[in-house]
Design a protein. Structure first.
Length: 357
């Protein structure tokens, strides 16, 4: 198979971590005989600096023509004062919205080797943790009308959802839950928000087609609390855009670090954009300190979801597991008795472990 992949390294640690994921993808190509063509494109702060806009039309076009996109991260203090519509983060919304990527999968898996890096008590996570957060990605408050009054003294953002938008993400979540333990938690704020009441009603309607899936509803504040009290009660969580953003950062820390959580942003066909859930981490950018595993695991999700190469995806995940088993850790997941490595060495170790017997 020939894969046409657009790379968008972005800002901060973005280039560091994408470089390591490419190392690992190349190792997979060597072992599997597939071939890949990379096209590197600008988005985010670096695109503002080069072209004056966060998402150059050429980047969106290249992404549209490709099979899949691997993105690092965008943003940083340098661009924090630019007007809202021109911020680096707008590039992400432009890509997600422009490519129609409504379904964001964020798997929070606690590798048994990383139990010491999990901040929760041992007994709370005993038996492991494997939660799939299904986040609606092209609607809600991120994409609603917003504004600032002329005198700068008031502002608004609008959260809007249609039944159709809720239905398509709910169906995805039910399908995913059906393929796992059959438990689905829908998270909303139906005690306050009209959009959440529509969300809940629509999810309930969808549920009738999935009698084998056990559906429960939680308010988002309770869900945030339950995630640290008893995270093992969750299997698949489905929620709207902003709640999913916040809950996935929280879930990531239970797995040891935000540097461990990959994501896939999907639509109905096989195209996808893959990125770690964390940001550009300006505090550690360019210092060889970033954990590249979330990006490497995002590349594994790309092999699985876009290219349907399950075996190759598992090769990458097994390689990560083996490197952790051997005690190698970046600073964010380090614990006593382990060996500390930098971004580059972690990438090299995983690439070397790919396809090892
Ligand atoms: N998808 C994206 O591109 C994305 C996501 C979130 C934030 N951002 C942007 O990134 C910038 C920084 O945001 P922030 O500080 O709130 O969040 P962040 O995720 O960049 O960093 C939060 C903390 O986690 C650490 N961290 C993040 N990724 C890490 C990794 N791979 N290895 C080790 N440590 C890691 C950072 O050092 C920092 O201490 C902002 O401009 C924000 O808008 C972009
Ligand atoms: C940078 C921002 C737009 C983005 C989001 O909120 O979706 C990020 O936090 C993420 O989780 O991917
Ligand atoms: Mg986020």
């Amino acid at each position: 198979m020939k894969m046409d992949i657009v790379l968008i390294p972005g800002d901060g640690i973005g280039p560091d971590i994408v470089r390591e994921a490419v190392k690992v993808l190349d190792a997979v190509m060597d072992k599997s005989g597939h071939t890949v063509k990379y096209t590197t494109c600008l988005a985010g702060g670096c695109a503002i600096d080069e072209t004056g806009v966060p998402l150059p039309p050429s980047t969106l076009e290249a992404a549209q023509k490709s099979d899949a996109v691997l993105l690092g991260a965008v943003g940083g203090p340098k661009w924090d004062t630019v007007p809202g519509d021109m911020r680096p983060e707008k590039a992400l919304l432009g890509l997600r919205g422009g490519l129609g990527l409504f379904c964001n999968l964020r798997p929070a898996i606690l590798y048994p080797q990383l139990s010491a890096a999990c901040p929760l008590k041992e007994e709370v996570v005993a038996g492991g943790l494997d939660i799939m957060v299904v986040r609606e990605l092209t609607g809600g408050i991120y994409f609603g009308e917003r504004g600032l009054s002329a005198d700068g003294q008031s502002a608004y953002d609008t959260m809007a959802y249609s039944t159709a938008e809720v239905e398509r993400i709910a169906r995805k979540a039910f399908e995913i839950a059906r393929g796992r333990s059959g438990r689905l938690t829908s998270v909303d704020k139906a005690n306050i928000l009209e959009t959440s009441r529509l969300w809940r009603k629509t999810v309930e309607c969808c549920a009738t087609a999935y009698p084998d899936v056990q559906l429960t509803h939680l308010y988002v504040d309770n869900a945030a609390m339950q995630l640290v009290r008893a995270p093992r009660q969750f299997d698949v969580i489905v929620t709207e855009n902003m709640f999913g953003d916040i809950l996935s950062d929280e879930a990531s820390m239970i797995t040891g670090s935000i540097g461990m959580l990959p994501s896939a942003s999907l639509r109905e066909d096989s195209f996808g954009m893959y990125e770690p859930i964390h940001g550009s981490a300006p505090d550690i950018a360019g210092k060889d300190l970033a954990n590249p595993l979330a990006t490497i695991l995002s590349a594994a999700m790309m092999l699985r979801h876009t290219f349907k190469l399950e075996e190759e995806a598992k090769m990458v995940e097994t390689a990560v597991s083996r490197v952790l088993e051997a005690g190698w850790r970046t600073g964010d997941i380090f614990s006593e008795g382990c060996s500390k490595v930098g971004t580059r060495q972690m990438g090299t170790l995983v690439a070397e472990a790919v396809g090892q017997e």
